[in-house]
Design a protein around this ligand. Sequence first.
Ligand code: PLP
Length: 396
Amino acid sequence: MKLADPTALFDHAHVRMELLRQRAFNLRWASVEEGVIPLTAADPDFPCAPEIAEAIARYASDRYLSYAPAEGLLFFREAMAEFYTARRDVKLQAAGVMACDSAAFGIMAVCKAFLNAGDEAIVFNPVDFLFKHCVESCNATPVLWDMPLMPDESPDFDQLKDMISERTKLICLCNPLNPTGKVFTRDELKQLAAIADQHNLIILSDEIWSDIVFEPSRYVSIASLPEAEARTVVVTGFSKSYGLAGLRAGAVFSVNEKLVEKVLNASDQRSTVHGCNVLAQVAATAALTQAQPWLSGFIEHLHEMRSLTVAGLNATPGIQCAAPQGCYVAFANIEATNMNAEQLCQKWLSEAAVAVVPGLPRWFGSRAEGHIRISFATSKTIMEEALDRIKNCMHS
Ligand SMILES: Cc1ncc(COP(=O)(O)O)c(C=O)c1O
């Protein structure tokens, strides 16, 4: 499909509310009471690119849905290698790519591969709960590194150096950083790489948000740095950029193929207990090879939504919000409301019928306290309505 205006697909007219109410779970439309606007889990309100649906339908119409190789289908792995070589400057070969069922499982598989009971892993604070969860599932200890709450500030690398012990094996990098929206600069990544090198640590780089970056910020993958490529394992997925969360599609990759071999061995995919289903790989391949115009339109729409959301929040009494550099979530400070995040979220849910994610330690770590997270991957109409309701309820 050729579109004159790539943002046209992100008009409110394309939001299929009746389908979202049936199909969008995980704190979203199908999980909330009718009338509630859920700006909760980061999952777009728009249907996926038509090219992806067509690719799934074409593949399924042959009616052969046999086992895939444990490491994933070759066409998917080749598409990943081409994409990351061309767009992220990572010297990736298909042999260094492994398909897996979701980025969440990719994080778990990397932790299983590189952590033993009693080991330590550096985990950001705040960050998505998955890192802590996966490290602890390996009976290892997450050691929390404070992240700046303002996206344009740098973390304290001396603090990181002091936190590393003989038991530290892994640094979990989340770039762009959910929930603060920070995009790491080349210089920051170089500092991180130097510390990892000095202590012989594996870097787990979660890059699921790497397409969602707002100019003038630019994305740099730590796997593209010559000094880091041999010790970096990247985890990514297709839920955020392409709206394919329900397909549970993901990938683990590295320039250092031996690291991916270790992850595959640890993943239980060789036993078929885990594995990425073939339709997810077909969809992910179509996303990488055919859905880039759709993605450009989505990012352009998100640019507008970011301004709208941040301005609306800052016009609300007691709320302060910096513009994220990446991710389609706004991470707002609510301390001036004199309520904690749970109280404020409860007030907005009951009085404004708007659901947002409270910055609770169990979701993001202790540094998220006093904050809420709001997904803006929706239409202007829905966000304007939500912001109006929130403002009115804070004025009343
Ligand atoms: C940083 C990060 N990693 C991983 C995930 C999980 O992605 P997936 O749906 O592919 O499991 C998320 C989802 O919010 C995320 O924000």
